[in-house]
Ligand binder design. Structure first.
Ligand SMILES: Nc1ncnc2c1ncn2[C@@H]1O[C@H](COP(=O)(O)OP(=O)(O)O)[C@@H](O)[C@H]1O
Ligand SMILES: [Mg+2]
Length: 274
């Protein structure tokens, strides 16, 4: 698991020191799905970079703890332990073919040529990208590009994958496809997932959701607990999924109407009204 102990991050600017994150405590168990939400500028990307080892905290610790030996705390190696996928795939794709792009991140790992070829083949198959191996990445759709970016990250065999608003530039079909791919990776390979998003429909698959507000972790709980806490919803400036908002409207007339997180739940609850 990855554990954050009292993690703070501060930057020095010409106008003085800015505290971006303050005293964050967090545990991300191996194979879990978590989400981070919060308004623009609340510190989500900074937190993603700290968890992935790309940034070091100003104070506090980010550690990788192994299940076998819970007492050995290691630093997170960016890419190798935690892969990070960003919002805009165009900024992540560097090579002239899909295959070369996926291999690019492997160059620094000192792998044998045979192992590199094997890893590229494995992720091409895993993500259904075999047909596109010789394509120039810029010719692909947004969803396909984001899958290539995910493939490049996965080829390094990280135990966690962080998606920083990775679907926010995609249309609904591509967004669904990328999300389904990520869930399959979790399910089949046991990769731990952290979804950083402002789309609350995407956090329903998470067992824990962190709400960042002004660099502070205002809550760390299940989606249902987060959505039913008006103070947290206000602090995180969260726009709840439509089914949740409709549930609260129903509760004005039917006080025991349940909080529904999906249209299916809402339909079931509505059919049971007498
Ligand atoms: N390198 C930096 N220089 C100046 N300000 C920064 C830097 N990194 C982050 N910040 C500030 O920290 C805050 C949090 O940024 P960020 O982590 O990108 O938030 P989010 O991803 O939630 O929008 C913002 O106010 C941002 O302006
Ligand atoms: Mg961000």
């Amino acid at each position: 698991m990855i554990r954050l102990d009292k993690v703070s991050y501060q930057i020095e600017t010409s106008a003085g020191a800015v505290q971006v994150l303050r005293d964050i405590d967090l545990e991300l168990p191996d194979g879990s799905i978590s989400a981070i939400v919060g308004p623009n500028g609340s510190g989500k990307t900074t937190l993603a970079r700290l968890v992935s080892g790309l940034l070091r905290p100003t104070s506090g610790n980010v550690h990788l703890l192994s299940n076998d030996d819970i007492h050995t705390a290691k630093d997170v190696r960016p890419g190798v332990d935690v892969g990070l996928v960003f919002q805009n795939p165009d900024n992540q794709l560097v090579a002239t073919t899909v295959e070369d792009d996926i291999a690019f991140g492997l160059e620094n790992l000192q792998l044998s040529h045979a192992e590199m070829v094997r890893r590229v083949e494995d992720v091409l198959r895993l993500l259904g990208l075999q047909l596109f191996r010789d394509y120039p990445p810029h010719r692909l759709s947004g969803g396909q590009k984001q899958k290539v970016a995910i493939a490049g990250v996965l080829a390094m065999k990280p135990s966690f994958l962080i998606l920083d608003e990775a679907t926010s530039l995609l249309d609904p079909t591509n967004r669904r496809e990328v999300m389904q791919t990520v869930l399959r990776l979790n399910n089949e390979l046991g990769i731990g997932i952290v979804i950083v998003t402002h789309l609350l429909d995407e956090v329903l698959v998470a067992s824990r959701v962190g709400v960042l507000a002004d660099g502070v972790l205002a809550a760390w709980d299940s989606p249902r607990a987060i959505f039913s806490n008006p103070a947290v919803v206000k602090q995180g400036d969260l726009v709840l999924p439509l089914s949740a908002r409709a549930s609260f409207l129903m509760q004005e007339h039917w006080t025991d109407f349940p909080l529904c997180l999906t249209p299916e739940e809402f339909a079931r609850a509505t059919c049971q009204l007498t």
